[in-house]
Design a protein. Structure first.
Lengths: 290, 525
């Protein structure tokens, strides 16, 4: 199973472009989407979820064009949008039954499936209470459960860890990892550490374009030798920031440790190269392509 | 004052920059066109037994302003009584609550933005009234003062009061929109019925927020004095009657008195005072305070089960296999469940009471008055049929579901239809007992029309307001027995298959538009 996206363009109006000639092939496993706000991540996910149409381009799932035949993917799609809502007067159980009806899932085992999903997202005890009384994290977990109702083969998660506490995030990661053997999972997040922990492959986007896609190791490799740390007087940090792309700062008594990107270290005394991470590579690549 | 202006401006722009508002303006223009009927029309907007004025500036200007003041007071309230609710829904209210703005300033800004919206509509009817003067032209000169003054002194003060009442209703009755409508219309009904006094003294306007008593009193006096008549009532509104010969009069408007102008200022001050008083009771988006002592369901806190629960997760291998079932029955079931749970459960009592009363009331009363009233009580349920997914931000799921057009939308239409028919069942039984099959068919078609209208308006506008306003106007005109509003086919002249056929064609058109628009929406988020 593979999702082949070719020349996808989404033009909102003459000046605003969501995606620009975007091509990518997504295989089974977890693909993490990274990119700054407005990079086109949500636009791409909406188009794959068939709720937005591209201006140009095609998306093939197992050889079937889902732009012209959206119901083909809808049967096997699990989608968790970034800003979804719920019917506050329904309880979690009734809500999942409703979503199951939308997905065309029924049968005698539906009840048991919902029970297990609710248990999986730790909501069994509150399943009979109206969703309107739930906290943000609990609603997010209902959203995760609904995405899994139809045994999806394509799972799209747009910012799935928003509102989840650290414990729930761990649980979510475990859940996703387990499902990845059997389906395509596309996941976007602003939290690079989430992507770093979960994703097999990473695609970095900017201004509606794909900058790079590959295994984490290969992407991090692009930042090797370009990430440094230096200890500066706190008063010098502001001036330093005007010359270098600073990734992180941490105060240490009256001095500040600065992590930054540079092509060479010749001009900064006492700098030392450090191991790069995905966040470093992401910032390097998005800065380079800005 | 500067920040009040900024709030008013932002609120006004937010409300007027929508297709729904454009459609509202289009409907306004059409209704304003109806305010000045041609001589050959089967209706009139002001009835003074056997008399009618020539279409001079005074008649056209004053009648248009009077009709605007009354009609816009009714429908305008429905249109603007959601300004605070919008801040709750968008959660902008939480930001506002954390700013130093005083409750009164905030509510005053809301009143002024309501007023600005209503004035925009009034400006449209004003422009149409001038146009109609030329269209219905009888060769009389245009006197602009006959248009400007009644709009200035009737319409604007009335709209100022309506804008304030909408804010007050939101403060005290919150999201109970149906209760707001009922109390407001009850109050309006009392005021309007009290205006038909038999006194010959010129009305002061102190008990008349619309100012219409000045017009009706002046016309009555003109007829009684000049033609030695004893007319004690002049009616306004859309009045249908068989064409009768009438005598032409030349009515030249009213003489404005300082007392009347003072009464307008007093009404406007009263409106500000109401807003000021309500500011002491404003929840300021603190809903624990708003709920008062009422028992409220607490926010459920996640169960503290510690790290031990983490490994539980979901094992996809252990989940039962998925069985596919593309029936729309589960949809209908949930839609009905949502309808039943919508709003306060006690609000079912008036509906059930009206429904049962249709078993015992005389058949004409049941069909002409009780049924339209009963169906109108469902207005918030019907207006939510196809808008609730967007209001609750659930449309991402519904649009991405399997065949949403073939399954989801029909289920919503069927659920709305089942609700309408369940409530009308006593009347259907009555028709069945007297073997009146055509009336049953008309009733079914009427229910379908109502639901189709709700669906079409909801999909096109993306919100509830447009349907609520249109359905109110439709019900109001139906209760006034106007044939064009008789969608349940209750009037004797509609007891024929031609009516049934025409209404069916309209339903078909509404549904086609709804499906086409939803199809587009589902792919263009």
């Amino acid at each position: 199973m593979a999702l082949e996206i070719k020349g996808l363009t989404k033009q909102y109006n003459a000046t605003k472009t969501g995606l620009s000639d975007y091509s990518i092939t997504i295989d089974k496993g977890i693909l993490g989407l990274l990119g700054p706000n407005g990079a086109g991540k949500s636009t791409l996910m909406k188009i794959i979820a068939t709720i937005s149409q591209p201006t140009r381009g095609t998306i093939f799932l197992d050889g079937v064009d889902i732009v012209s035949n959206p119901n083909f993917i809808r049967k096997v799609l699990g989608y968790l949008p970034q800003d979804f809502g719920v019917y506050p007067n329904l309880n979690a159980y009734e809500f999942l039954e409703y979503i199951a009806a939308m997905k065309g899932v029924g049968g005698k085992d539906l009840r048991r499936r919902i029970d297990m999903l609710l248990e999986g997202v730790n909501l069994t005890a509150d399943a009979k209470k109206p969703i309107g009384t739930y906290s943000g994290g609990m609603k997010q977990r209902v959203g995760i459960a609904q995405a899994l109702l139809n045994d999806p083969k394509v799972l799209i998660f747009d910012e799935p860890t928003v509102g989840l506490d650290p414990e729930e995030r761990v649980r979510f990661r475990q859940l996703i990892s387990e499902m990845a053997d059997d389906c395509i999972i596309i996941l976007s997040s602003h939290i690079v550490s989430d992507i770093e922990t979960i994703a097999d492959e990473v695609a970095i986007m900017q201004s509606g374009k794909l900058i790079t896609k590959g295994y984490q190791h290969d992407i991090i490799e692009q930042a090797r030798g370009r990430i440094f740390e230096v200890l500066l007087e706190s008063s010098d940090v502001a001036a330093f920031k005007t010359c270098y792309k600073v990734i992180d700062t941490s105060r240490q008594k009256d001095r500040t440790r600065v992590r930054y990107i540079s092509t060479d270290t010749a001009n900064v005394a006492a700098s030392r190269p450090v191991d790069a991470g995905l966040e470093d590579a992401y910032l390097l690549l998005t800065q380079h392509n800005a | 004052m500067q920040y009040i202006y900024s709030i008013v401006k932002a609120d006004y722009l937010q409300r007027t920059r929508s297709y729904a508002f454009l459609i509202t303006l289009a409907i306004t223009i059409y209704v304003a066109y109806l305010f000045v009927p041609p001589v050959s029309a089967s209706y009139t907007t002001l009835s003074a037994t056997g008399f009618k004025s020539v279409y001079n500036s005074a008649w056209v200007g004053y009648i248009s302003a009077t009709m605007t003041a009354v009609m816009l007071s009714f429908s305008g309230f429905l249109l603007v009584n959601n300004s605070i609710k919008r801040d709750i829904d968008t959660e902008v209210g939480l930001i506002i609550a954390a700013t130093p703005i005083a409750n009164f300033s905030y509510l005053l800004a809301k009143q002024l933005s309501n007023f600005a919206v209503l004035c925009t509509i009034a400006v449209c009817t004003f422009a149409v009234s001038v146009l109609m003067f030329f269209l219905r032209g009888a060769g009389y000169p245009l006197v602009l003062a006959h248009f400007i003054l009644p709009y200035l002194l009737f319409v604007l003060p009335a709209m100022f009061l309506v804008a304030a009442l909408a804010v007050v209703a939101e403060v005290f009755l919150g999201k109970r929109s149906m209760l707001q409508f009922i109390i407001y219309f009850f109050l309006c009904g009392i005021v309007l019925s009290s205006l038909n006094t038999k006194s010959t003294a010129p009305p002061s306007g102190f008990f008349d927020p619309f100012g219409v008593s000045l017009v009706t009193g002046s016309i009555k006096n003109e007829i009684n004095t000049r033609f030695h008549q004893h007319i004690d009532q002049v009616s306004f509104g859309f009045i249908f009657s068989k064409r009768k010969p009438f005598q032409l009069i030349t009515w030249n408007g009213i003489s404005w008195t300082a007392l009347f102008i003072f009464s307008r200022l007093l009404w406007m001050s009263f409106a500000v005072a109401l807003v000021y008083l309500s500011s002491f009771f404003f929840h300021r988006f603190d809903f624990k305070k708003a709920a008062g002592k009422k028992k409220k369901q607490p926010v459920v806190m996640p169960h503290d089960e510690g790290f031990a629960v983490i490994p539980a997760g979901i094992s996809s291998a252990e989940l039962p296999p998925v069985a596919f079932n593309y029936s729309i029955i589960p949809f209908i079931k949930t839609e009905l469940l949502l309808i039943v749970r919508q709003g306060n459960k006690w609000w079912w009592l008036p509906s059930i009471g009206l429904s049962i009363s249709m078993l015992f009331a005389p058949l004409p009363i049941a069909s002409l008055y009780l049924l339209p009233a009963l169906w109108f009580l469902q207005v918030t349920r019907l207006s939510e049929l196809v808008t609730k997914e967007k209001t609750n931000r659930l449309h991402y799921f519904t649009y991405a579901s399997y065949k949403p057009l073939q399954r989801m939308l029909p289920a919503q239409i069927i659920a709305g239809f089942l609700l309408a028919m369940a409530l009308a069942l006593p009347l259907v039984l009555r028709y069945a007992i007297v073997i009146d099959g055509l009336s049953i068919i008309n009733l079914i078609i009427g229910a379908l029309f109502m639901v189709s209208l709700a669906v079409c308006m909801g999909i096109l506008s993306g919100g509830k307001k447009m349907f609520e306003v249109i359905f109110f106007l439709l019900t109001y005109t139906l209760l006034n027995r106007m044939p064009f509003a008789d969608y349940p086919g209750s009037l004797p002249q509609h007891h024929n298959l031609v009516f049934t056929g025409v209404l069916s064609a309209i339903i078909l058109a509404l549904l086609l538009i709804s499906f086409a628009a939803r199809r587009y929406q589902a792919r263009h988020l």
